[in-house]
Structures are given as structure tokens and as C-alpha cells.
Design a protein around this ligand. Structure first.
Ligand code: GAL
Length: 419
């Protein structure tokens, strides 16, 4: 397998990102063999997962060449802006990463992605994935993407030694116990008892608090229009979230998730709420002294999201893209990817024994848990709604205005719900 690796772009201004994309040694289109795969998996566990998939693609699709279109930045903070601009200019990559659910719907509604229903039949994929996930990829009976995985968002990661040194011996089961543990870390002089990064990572923490305070059904209702954002329990959640922020690092708004993760690894933080790509990233960085538990008060709720890949309209190499998509959906592709990515396979025929310990636990939880979607990672809300929520959380981080945040969230729901 040979593949061209376009340098992953560091976190810089969008203008610079756009120009890097436009002239960064781009050889897409110069050869019909190239398949440009656009993701934000540029480093650590994310890249390890992508590399696994690329190796399988090399075996399955020897006639094609993987071209790395990755643009660094957690949750696609930079990549999505570049992608939007390229789609607008009719310059799509051969395939791109899109979250199952509302985010994918954005691309379907805009007519930017092709129907893959016939390929699903040819590749035998209809039976391979759970029906609920298929429903999140389908519009008017047509299926538009191939899921690579299922991730869990509502997980707290910890540094075992830091907790032990502070006398914390059990996992907190509710917010009161969590605050008590955070107080112990504070008393020990830990810089950031709860490490966090910028806007979207704050939205993740806030969503976890909402799940605790509203329960799974009412939480899901916030995105489906059956729970009002004016609900007093939302006010309670904002206040609880505000309290949690007092235990976080002051430089949060300047950090990506991996910077916050480093605080945990370096013993400067006790905990971090993050999706289970963190398992893979800690493993890739050879940090072994970590533990994990579901966010306190979330009970058996599994906040899910799924990365999927699409065939964009106007892709230069549709045959190559289809070979990539077939690999993504295959048992071998899912194993090569998910064993390194921290996620569990979207396919239901995987064998847990093939997976690291964390994923074995997640696979068992997925079967019995109550599933709720994530706005920060596109399964619950559209990109417009997500952007509005991220800005509202970003403003709250500075101003700490409870009523202001709730007003902004009510307005975002009014503007974007059901669209
Ligand atoms: C999510 C994505 C994950 C992981 C994470 C952090 O949106 O679904 O696969 O990459 O962002 O960047």
C-alpha cells in the first residue's frame, strides 16, 4: 500500500487553513487512483485508528491510493469549516467524515451526498448494523453513509495516582459525591481538579449535567422539541455546570481536548469528561495509570455518536470512494479501526475478545444501556444548532451569566429545532 500524506494542519486561523488546503501539495484529481479521505484524525489515538483503516484499505483496494486530507482540531472544529467551504466551491474530497444523525441530515438536505442504498444491498450492510443506527443514516428510505463506529461521549477519565493521593477510593455516583471528590483534589492543591478545554468540550460537560438533572428521556426531548429549554431543570443544570466550572483550569478557553487530557496525564488534574476516543489516545501515548466511569448521575445512559463516511456529489474518484466505504463497513475494516480508536464497532457481528478492555466494557454497556444522542458530536443537533450552542457555552465560560445562557439556548432551539 502506498499513500500520500498531506501534512496535517495545526490549529491556525481558518484563512490559513483554507489556503493550506488549496495549495498544500494537493494532488487530488491528478490521478484517478487517489482517494482523498477528509477527517480530523491527525494525531494520537485518532490517527492510530485511521492508520488501521488505511492499512485494511491497502489490502482491500490495492488499485487505489489513500490520500490523507486530515485537518487537526478536536471534534472537527477546524475541519468542518474547511469542508463547508470546499463543498460550497464544488471541490469535495472523495469522502469525508460525518456524524450519524442530525449532522448527516445537513449534508443530505443540501444535496451534497449520494444515495448508497444500492451499495448497502451489494455489500450486505443492511443486516450488519443495528436498525436504530440505520435509521440515523436514512432519509426517505435512502441510506447516505457507512458508519465506522459507535463512540460514547459521557465518560469521565481520571488519573489513578492523583485520586489515590487525595484519598479518593470510589467512583462518584452522583453530583454531590463528584463535588466532594473535587473538593478533596482542590484541598490537595491540584491545579485543575476537573480538566476541560474550549467551547465544544464545555458543551459536552454541560450535556452530561443535563442528562443527570433531566434524565435520559427529558434530555433527548430537548433536541426533539418535547422538552422546553425554559424548563427549571435546565436552569438547575446551568447552575450545577457553573459550580463544576469552578474546579476547572482557568485557561480552558484556549485548550483543545488533548491539552486538557495532558493535564490529567501530567498529574495536574484529577478528572476529565471526554468521549471514549480518550481511551485510545491515552493508550497511544502510553499512559496507563487511568480509570474511567460514566458521568455521575447518568446511570446506565450511553450518550452515543457515530462517525460515518459518505460519497460526496462530484467526488473525483467515486470508484475509489466506494472501495473505501466497503472497507469501512466490513468486519475487517471495523476491527482494524475500532481496536485503535476507543470506539466500538457499529457492526453487530464483532467479537469482544478482539478488543481492548475499555471497549469490551463499552460493548456490553451499549447492549443494555439507554441511548441518548450528543449535540457536541452531531447525533442530536444540526451544525447550525451546534455552532450556536458552542458559542453560548463559550460566552458563559467568560461571563458566567446563568439567565443569559438559558436565553441563548432557548433562542438556538427556536431557530434550529426541526430544521
Ligand atoms: C468527534 C469524533 C470522534 C473524535 C472526536 C475528537 O466528533 O466523532 O471520532 O475524533 O471528535 O476529535
Amino acid at each position: 500500500m502506498g499513500f500520500t500524506r498531506r501534512a496535517a494542519v495545526a490549529v491556525v486561523g481558518v484563512a490559513a487553513l483554507l489556503s493550506a488546503t488549496a495549495c498544500g501539495g494537493d494532488d487530488s484529481g491528478s490521478s484517478s487512483k487517489n482517494v482523498e479521505v477528509f477527517t480530523w484524525w491527525a494525531d494520537g489515538g485518532e490517527k492510530a485508528g485511521l492508520d488501521g483503516l488505511v492499512a485494511q484499505f491497502g489490502t482491500d483496494c490495492a488499485g487505489f491510493t489513500f490520500q490523507n486530507g486530515a485537518i487537526a482540531g478536536g471534534a472537527g472544529a477546524n475541519a468542518k469549516q474547511v469542508l463547508a467551504s470546499r463543498l460550497q466551491q464544488n471541490d469535495p474530497p472523495d469522502t469525508f467524515q460525518a456524524h450519524a444523525g442530525a449532522e448527516l441530515l445537513d449534508y443530505i438536505d443540501a444535496g451534497q451526498v449520494e444515495d448508497l442504498s444500492a451499495d448497502y444491498s451489494t455489500w450486505g450492510l443492511k443486516q450488519a448494523f443495528p436498525q436504530g443506527l440505520i435509521d440515523n443514516l436514512t432519509v426517505d428510505g435512502k441510506i447516505y453513509s457507512v458508519p465506522a463506529n459507535i463512540h460514547r461521549a459521557n465518560v469521565v477519565w481520571s488519573n489513578k495516582k492523583v485520586l489515590a493521593d487525595a484519598g479518593i477510593t470510589t467512583d462518584p455516583k452522583d453530583l454531590a459525591e463528584f463535588l466532594a471528590a473535587l473538593d478533596k483534589l482542590k484541598a490537595k492543591g491540584i491545579k485543575a481538579p476537573l480538566a476541560i478545554g474550549k467551547d465544544w468540550t464545555q458543551l459536552m460537560l454541560f450535556e452530561s449535567v443535563l442528562i443527570t438533572d433531566l434524565g435520559a428521556e427529558k434530555f433527548t426531548g430537548l433536541w426533539k422539541g418535547t422538552t422546553d429549554w425554559t424548563d427549571p431543570l435546565v436552569t438547575k443544570s446551568i447552575n450545577d455546570f457553573k459550580t463544576l466550572l469552578t474546579y476547572t483550569n482557568a485557561d480552558r478557553d484556549a485548550l483543545d481536548w488533548t491539552d486538557a487530557e495532558k493535564l490529567v496525564m501530567d498529574g495536574k488534574a484529577g478528572y476529565q469528561l471526554m468521549g471514549d476516543w480518550e481511551a485510545a489516545d491515552l493508550d497511544a501515548k502510553s499512559f496507563t495509570d487511568y480509570a474511567y466511569f460514566t458521568f455521575p448521575g447518568n446511570g446506565t445512559t450511553f450518550q452515543w455518536l457515530a462517525d460515518s463516511f459518505v460519497l460526496p456529489k462530484g467526488a473525483k474518484n467515486p470508484d475509489g470512494t466506494k472501495c473505501w466505504l466497503k472497507t469501512v463497513g466490513s468486519a475487517a475494516g471495523q476491527k482494524a479501526f475500532n481496536t485503535k480508536k476507543g470506539s466500538i464497532p457499529a457492526r453487530t457481528d464483532a467479537s469482544p475478545a478482539d478488543y481492548p478492555k475499555y471497549q469490551q466494557a463499552a460493548m456490553a454497556d451499549w447492549k443494555s444501556a439507554t441511548q441518548v444522542p450528543s449535540c457536541a458530536h452531531g447525533s442530536a443537533c444540526s451544525q447550525g444548532w451546534q455552532g450556536a450552542a458552542n458559542s453560548a457555552l463559550g460566552a458563559f465560560s467568560t461571563k458566567q451569566d446563568v439567565a443569559g445562557l438559558q436565553t441563548a439556548l432557548v433562542a438556538a432551539a427556536k431557530q434550529y429545532a426541526g430544521k
